[in-house]
Design a protein around this ligand. Structure first.
Ligand code: PMP
Length: 441
């Protein structure tokens, strides 16, 4: 019996012993193609020599320096690198250890931004029903994942919720994409007015939805509309790019493709590519300035913020992405993978949608393509596909997200940016076998 409190307390997962490129090996001699990058984390795959060398160098120089006393060159350089590539106006970077920490930090930074100006009556975040923002209490509260929130509901702040931008399921027959988008934006504006704009801190959303929907991109103009509404009511737009950011969708930040600059952006997973636990909060200069000229400090902090070895790993990952032109590779390989998925699943009776951007792609499983009826939740089809895939040496990220009380099954693919066309073909072949085997059960 393991002493670790695993995800499942009934089943211990295989023991990973080593990993290289896009393959993870276990102690029973099995090899698994990492088609999900863990959870959309491993952007450079496993064992990248440049990242490992950068971490070694930093460990030798200085493995840890507490931010109450010091900053480090490597953390400063990482922050500069991120600011240089971030959407317009982003100037401040707060380095944390992961996605949930980044979201907690973002929520508090947004609250303090208004508190500094005496707007202490602002306490509400508005978020979307289909969203995941992390498992700590603040992040869990803004997330729309009902089954995750339910057991902890009494501990969570109230969060008014609006519909997700989920064209495949929610755009009505005959409704234009623009009309659908306008409805969603109306709903957001109505929610702000209903809550009282003077009470709202910000709107929180994932530019491309990950863990609750399997790579759902926004409709054209949706985030431009969100930006305009936030500006109209003087509230902040917080973009959670923990999963979709850092190159995953083919641009460093997913919102770049929407042509908008959020007030706050959170990133994690792909930032350090799994070599170290690291996340970051990126904020507009105006936010940092208000705190600088106000109380002079952000009332926040964790022991491992700005960790130098984590910063070294992230800096190296980002430098490799730039040096090896990997964003272009993500766009190219992403198009190849989407085409391959289309070839194999395009006419599959139980695949309703194939979607996503770059190497952040999802398929949605349905009982009936015409009605889009999902499979019964008790069937746990997504979990069965994951198990069948693992049995065939393939890692895919399964999801059965709760959407308005309805449960849909999705499979997310997020292979490392270095994946080859041959490996993509093998991934799709194994996935197709796994889906069909799970459907037979
Ligand atoms: N936000 C999003 C969009 C995520 O996908 C995740 C992780 N799946 C998180 C936040 C939380 O990140 P972490 O698991 O690193 O705490």
């Amino acid at each position: 019996m393991s002493n670790i409190i695993h995800r499942s307390l009934r089943q211990t997962p295989p023991i990973a012993t080593h990993a290289s490129g896009i393959t993870v090996f276990d102690n029973a001699g099995n090899a698994y193609l990492d088609a999900s990058g863990g959870a959309a984390v491993s952007s450079l795959g496993h064992g990248h020599p440049d990242v490992i060398a950068a971490m070694h160098r930093q460990i030798d120089r200085c493995a840890y320096a507490h931010t109450a006393f010091f900053t480090t060159e490597v953390a400063e350089e990482l922050a500069q690198t991120l600011v240089a590539k971030a959407p317009a106006g982003i100037q401040g970077v707060y380095l944390v250890s992961g996605g949930s920490e980044a979201m907690e930090t973002a929520l508090k930074l947004a609250r303090q931004y208004f508190a500094e100006a005496g707007e202490t009556g602002r306490s509400l975040f508005i978020a979307r029903r289909q969203s995941y923002h992390g498992n700590t209490l603040g992040a869990l509260a803004v997330g729309g994942n009902e089954w995750r929130r339910k057991p902890f509901a009494p501990l969570l702040m109230e969060v008014p919720r609006v519909s997700p931008c989920y064209e495949y399921r929610d755009r009505r027959e005959g409704q234009s994409v623009d009309a659908y988008t306008a409805c969603l934006l109306d709903e957001l504006e109505t929610a702000i007015i209903k809550a009282g704009p003077e009470k709202v801190i910000g709107f929180v959303a994932e530019p491309v939805v990950g863990a609750t929907g399997g790579a759902i991109p926004p409709t054209p103009g949706y985030f431009k509309g969100v930006r305009a509404i936030c500006d109209r009511y003087g509230i902040l737009f917080i973009a959670d790019e923990v999963m979709c950011g850092m190159g995953r969708t083919g641009t460093l930040f997913a919102v770049e493709q929407e042509g908008v600059a959020p007030d706050i952006i959170t990133v994690a997973k792909g930032l350090g590519g799994g070599y170290q636990p690291i996340g970051a909060v990126l904020a507009q200069g105006a936010i940092v300035d208000r705190l600088r000229h106000g109380s002079g400090a952000f009332l926040h902090g964790h022991t491992y913020i700005g960790h130098p070895v984590a910063a070294a790993a992230a800096l190296a990952v980002q430098q490799v992405i730039e040096r090896d032109n990997l964003l272009e590779q993500v766009q190219r390989r992403g198009a190849t993978l989407k085409r391959m998925l289309g070839d194999v699943f395009g006419k599959h009776p139980h695949v309703g949608d194939i979607r996503g951007r770059g190497l952040f792609l999802g398929i949605e499983l349905v009982q009936d393509r015409a009605t889009k009826a999902p499979f019964a939740p008790e069937r746990k089809l997504h979990a069965a596909i994951k198990n069948e895939a693992m049995a065939r040496g393939l890692m895919v990220y399964p999801m059965g997200g709760t959407i308005d009380g309805q449960r849909g099954d999705h499979i997310l693919l997020a292979p490392p940016f270095i994946v080859s066309a041959g490996e993509l073909s093998e991934i799709v072949t194994r996935l197709s076998e796994a889906v069909d085997a799970a459907l037979l059960k």
